[in-house]
Design a protein around this ligand. Structure first.
Ligand code: GLA
Length: 733
């Protein structure tokens, strides 16, 4: 279907749904939520229970969804609510609930009945369904929200909980979403990791009972496990085949996702904020709104699902998703904490020489009483260190301007070193148990962002930097510690700490973005400890891992790319590993390119290579950032990894190819099938990013049809003396 047709179809669908239906349910009410390819169909039955009766590829007419249940002959459901749209507990439920409460009178039962539903059109191709549910006994109400992005088949689901009881209600569990899938079997592809080994995938068949993925780390919540996952139906999906659901929670703190294979062999997914140590006391008339749980579904495999998610992210979610980004030179690995104005002046000149847009000054520029000369002191004291930078940041920003480059700076504003003036002045601003020994993560503690004074302080760090240096062009926002000894001197109710921390963080980021809406900010968390789609509303990019060894990066970036588009992935060329500069740079080009090397120590050829590669990158970046990504050859299955970024018109693209297995004779013996091209167009393939003095073995003048390249393929000719091959593909006119 072309775009116009999609919109017309969508409009028609909206027109049939708009309005509010609130009549007593004499007949079951069918509520289909349709996107371009998929449907989630809810039903409010005669007893006003709301359940999920279908999820998957949509039917051409809505009339038949009510027949779906009849063709399943699965064993009985004693409760009649295994497929509840939002499972309450304490009444007849026997499985994992989405919501558990203790009412003002101490009662722990909840039942939720259909009251009404409304569909509103939010924007072209975006609609919002809300369903109001009420407890028939208590004055307690939940509204379920389903925001559908028609073209990209993406859904965001969340809930809003409120009540008018005589006193506070305690929410013991408060999921964002409750899904229900039917298939013969289910395969969960989840991720785990740690510092420098983020996004390690594991796939397993789900068995009966509950598998929980969660985080209890508070900050940098993804360090050990991110909330993103894939569920394949019937058999593990491959890149181009199979039914697969991608999901993740838009929340930068503790999350929890339960996968419950129920007694009927169906899969219940319940996702949201982790209720671990977090019962939430909700006052009458206060609304508790859960963060969105995001998902997309494809019956064409993982590649299609990821392209849809990436498109959605660029169009609707990430800050400046359709905009541009800055290439940069960072000084972290070239100087660590050991720098001064003379060294930095030379690095500014190197930034220009290299040909990137910006110089990024990393950790170590601040604190005087306890100077930040290593990672044991100074966090919290955000004044320039007088011996390293006697003339301050502003003189560096000016110098950068003279050199014709922009200037950016590293901060870690949520943290405090025990050895800092901030800690001495405000021990009550620090998250720590008053009666217990302090326990550190990277020698530091977390500030109590639940406290509005701390929020003002953190906001002030950024605001002051910009007030003093209006030309400051980039912020790297780091977060290197988890929360231990969770206790806030500010909060009355300690079980609100994990939730209020994240809310406090968002309040600060909201203020930053109100005053500085466009300045690019990198979300870093000792590597990839934090990225999620709530945070990416405030950040233009993230730092996937401190591990920049390029072979490792091929795998790390590969996995992240299923969930996040290349424009958000900050990839820096560093000295990690033994790969040549060409390999390192080519790998970093598959995202937002940066460098963290000693430019002055590069050989003439290495420097010339980098300068040329940056020029190539500048020409190709619109395609890498905004184009469609096709994974052509999987590094886990083949000795060559191959990834294509192709423009929407299918007329230009770039294919990155890397040898990932160095055994004797390894290489691309067989051609690699290209994807996504127009079969009727003709194309040329030209190798770029050639190291000085080398020539390509690929004939750039040969013309291939799209059909040929997709059916027979092309050969990048990777081998031990051609470990990294970048190929530009262009329509031949
Ligand atoms: C973290 C980041 C690094 C660097 C250091 C500075 O580890 O991931 O890139 O900024 O902090 O201390």
């Amino acid at each position: 279907m072309n775009d116009k047709l999609i919109s017309r179809h969508f409009l028609l669908y909206i027109l049939t749904c708009i309005g509010s239906i609130g009549i007593a349910a004499a007949q079951p009410i069918i509520i289909p939520i349709e996107t371009h390819n998929n449907a989630l169909v809810l039903q409010a039955d005669k007893g006003k229970d709301v359940s999920i009766i279908y999820f998957g590829r949509k039917l051409s007419g809505n009339a038949e969804y009510s027949k779906v249940e009849g063709v399943y002959k699965q064993p009985g459901d004693y409760t009649g609510m295994f497929n509840a749209a939002y499972t309450p507990s304490g009444s007849r439920n026997l499985l994992e609930p989405a919501i558990t409460v203790t009412h003002a009178d101490g009662n722990t039962s909840l039942d939720l009945k259909y009251v009404s539903h409304t569909v509103t059109k939010v924007a072209d191709d975006v609609s919002l369904l809300s369903i109001v549910l009420k407890d028939p006994v208590y004055d307690f109400e939940v509204t379920l929200f389903y925001k559908s992005y028609f073209k990209q088949d993406v859904m965001e689901q969340w809930s809003s909980i409120k009540h008018k009881e005589k006193g506070a209600v305690v929410l013991q569990k408060f999921a964002s979403a409750n899904l229900y899938l039917k298939a013969g079997s289910f395969y969960l592809n989840q991720y785990h990791g740690d510092w420098a080994r983020e996004m390690e995938p594991e796939e397993s068949k789900l068995t009966h009972g509950i598998r929980t993925m969660d985080s209890k780390l508070g900050t940098r919540a993804n360090l050990l496990m991110p909330s993103c996952f894939m569920i394949s139906l019937d058999k593990p999906a491959t890149e181009d085949e199979g039914n697969v659901l991608y999901g993740s929670t838009e929340w930068s703190g503790n999350f929890r996702t339960d996968f419950e294979l129920d007694p009927q062999d169906n899969l219940r997914i319940i996702a949201g904020i982790n209720n671990y140590a977090s019962p939430y006391t909700l006052q009458p008339n206060e609304a508790f709104t859960t963060p969105p749980f995001l998902y997309t579904f494809s019956d064409k495999g993982k590649g299609d699902a990821s392209r849809k998610l990436q498109q959605w992210a660029r169009n609707y979610k990430i800050l400046d998703g359709k905009g541009t980004r800055l290439t940069l030179l960072n000084n972290w690995e070239s100087t660590y904490f050991d720098f001064n104005e003379t060294k930095l002046a030379a690095l500014l000149k190197d930034t220009k020489k290299l040909g990137v847009d910006l110089f990024l000054l990393d950790d170590g520029w601040f604190a005087n009483k306890y100077p930040r000369n290593d990672d044991h002191a100074g966090l919290g004291d955000w004044q320039e260190n007088k011996s390293k930078l006697p003339n301050g940041i502003s003189s560096l920003v000016k110098e950068a301007q003279t050199d014709g480059v922009k200037f950016g700076i590293w901060i870690e504003p949520e943290m405090v070193s025990p050895k800092s003036e901030l800690y001495e002045k405000h021990p009550d601003w620090v998250i720590k148990q008053p009666k217990r020994d302090e326990y550190y993560f990277r020698n530091q503690l977390v500030l109590d962002l639940t406290n509005p004074k701390v929020q003002d302080f953190v906001y002030g760090i950024i605001d002051t930097l910009f007030i003093k240096n209006p030309a400051l062009a980039y912020i790297k926002w780091d977060c290197n510690a988890v929360i231990y000894n969770a206790y806030s001197a500010h909060l009355k109710n300690q079980s609100h700490l994990y939730i209020e921390y994240v809310r406090g963080l968002y309040k600060v980021l909201e203020r930053v973005r109100t005053k500085y809406p466009t300045v690019p900010m990198m979300l870093c968390s000792g590597g990839g400890g934090r990225v999620d789609y709530a945070a990416l509303q405030y950040f233009t990019e993230f730092w996937p891992s401190d591990n920049t060894e390029p072979l490792e990066r091929i795998f790390i970036q590969w996995e992240y790319s299923y969930f996040y588009p290349a424009i958000t992935s900050s990839n820096h060329v560093t000295d990690w590993g033994k790969q040549p500069i060409k390999f390192r740079t080519d790998v970093a080009m598959m995202g937002k390119l940066g460098f963290d090397i000693v430019v002055s120590k590069l050989s003439g050829n290495d420097l010339a290579y980098c300068q040329e590669a940056i020029k190539n990158y500048d020409a190709l970046k619109p395609i890498i950032w905004q184009g469609n990504q096709y994974r052509l050859s999987d590094p886990r299955e083949s000795s060559t990894a191959s990834v294509l970024y192709l423009n929407e018109a299918k007329t230009a693209g770039v294919i990155f190819n890397y040898l990932v297995n160095y055994r004797y004779g390894s290489g691309s013996k067989l051609p690699i099938l290209v994807k996504g091209l127009d079969a009727t167009k003709n194309y040329t393939l030209k190798e770029i990013d050639l190291y000085p003095g080398t020539t390509s073995t690929i004939d750039g003048n040969k013309i291939y049809s799209g059909e040929f390249l997709m059916r027979i393929g092309f050969n990048p000719d990777t081998r031990n003396d051609r470990t990294s091959v970048v190929v530009k593909i262009e329509e031949a006119k």
